[in-house]
Ligand binder design. Structure first.
Ligand code: ZN
Length: 97
């Protein structure tokens, strides 16, 4: 399997380059859609989190890695809403209201 830079986590936008970056399904197989921070053993590790909360969390992590808050915040807002996990949940949220 070839891993390209297109492999970004569809939950947090993290680029995944190594096999160990990927999530695992409940049967132990590799799930290339998400990173192992977000998704493990077939479930989201932060199930029920909202997009806003996820963005705030991402910004915190990026800041710890040395990114400025402004850059981290821009990156999160540009990336996360486009990811598969959030496009789906956004729609569900709107229908509920
Ligand atoms: Zn992730």
């Amino acid at each position: 399997m070839k891993i390209s830079e297109k492999n970004i986590c569809q939950s947090c936008g993290m680029p995944m380059k190594n096999m160990t970056d990927f999530a695992t399904d409940s049967d132990g197989s590799i799930n290339t859609e998400y990173c192992h921070y977000c998704f493990e053993d077939g479930e989201f590790t932060d199930r029920g989190i909202s997009l806003e909360e996820k963005m705030a969390r991402n910004i915190q992590i990026a800041e710890k890695l040395g990114m400025s808050k402004a850059t981290a915040s821009k990156l999160a807002r540009n990336t996360l809403p486009k990811l598969r996990r959030w496009r789906k949940s956004n729609k569900a949220k709107q229908e509920k209201k």
